[in-house]
Design a protein around this ligand. Structure first.
Ligand code: 15L
Length: 287
């Protein structure tokens, strides 16, 4: 059984992945936070991805790294710089120095969040980040490309949508990724032989998707889930009156977020129909 390192293992995505990958790989888990309740086949080594020393320690002797570590939403620049820019560099560099050839980098839909919802984009589009967080994910993808071309490493970037047992809202109907589809993508990224540098969208087979995920399909991805059966319930609960710019772009509220935190959880401010029409017009003009 291959030994795989998962960084950021204490986070939401890491927790789903641990459960889904149990028994398929030996799991070395790492996080800046402590992790309790280890299952059999799991070991934990505490590590901060902003420390190269820590990353050199945790990447020793593994067959592949799944780098989920870092700050997972928009945040102040200093935080993004340390956790995501320095953190991604350390993950790649430590893997290289320890002879770990394969890295799965958790990129995000926010690396391309300023594409409009009426566009379908594939893995070949240039980045259009919607936030400092999105920029850090585009940076990680660029780093992956460099390490693949220059050092012969095997790098798979997953532009993850939203991992959840169920889609949470209208935007997530398009970018939802079920835990078992996440596990399928990660397994392809770890096991598929002969990869050099690949980008796949981390979404289920959602009918409402904005992505052409042909590259993932070419690599063998066959999603088992689709958000559509949840659509009725999700749309019924959807709050109205959101700023129209968040409706125009794939990144949703991340396109406006400035203050950090998870902007998708911020309360939606109601607006008069007039103000909404004005903002939609202004956003269209800007394009
Ligand atoms: C992400 O990249 C975040 O890590 C996650 O917390 C969600 O906010 C997700 O995007 C999303 O767009 O829903």
């Amino acid at each position: 059984m291959k030994k795989i390192l998962i960084t950021g293992a204490a986070g939401d995505v890491g927790s789903h992945l641990r459960r889904e990958l149990a028994g398929r790989y030996e799991l070395r888990l790492s996080d800046i936070r402590p992790l309790k309740n280890l299952a059999s086949g799991e070991e934990f080594i505490r590590g901060d991805c902003a420390s190269l020393r820590d990353m050199l320690r945790v990447t020793q002797g593994v067959a592949a790294v799944v780098h989920l570590g870092g700050f997972s939403v928009e945040g102040p620049w200093e935080v993004i710089l340390r956790a995501n820019i320095v953190g991604a560099y350390n993950a790649f560099e430590a893997a290289r120095r320890n002879g770990v050839r394969r890295i799965v980098f958790a990129s995000s839909n926010h690396a391309v969040g300023f594409y409009r919802r009426d566009e379908t984009i594939d893995h070949r589009v240039y980045p259009k980040p919607d936030s400092r967080y999105g920029v850090s994910k585009a940076f990680g993808e660029a780093l992956g490309s460099l390490y693949a071309d220059k050092y012969g490493m095997e790098v798979v970037c997953l532009r993850i949508g939203n991992v959840n047992p169920r889609p949470m809202d209208k935007r997530r109907l398009s970018i939802w990724l079920s835990p078992r589809d996440l596990a399928q993508l990660v397994s392809i990224a770890i096991d598929r032989p002969g990869l050099r540098f690949e980008i796949m969208y981390g979404i289920s087979g959602n009918r409402r998707r904005w992505y052409d995920n042909a590259n993932a399909e070419r690599l063998g991805y066959r999603p088992q889930d689709d958000s559509e059966p949840h659509a009725g319930e999700v749309l019924q609960k959807e709050k109205t009156g959101a700023d129209p710019r968040t409706e125009l772009y794939q990144g949703g509220t991340f396109v406006l977020a400035e203050d950090g935190g998870d902007p998708t959880r911020a309360p939606v401010k109601p607006q008069s129909p007039k103000a909404r029409a004005r903002k939609t017009k202004a956003a269209r003009k800007r394009k």
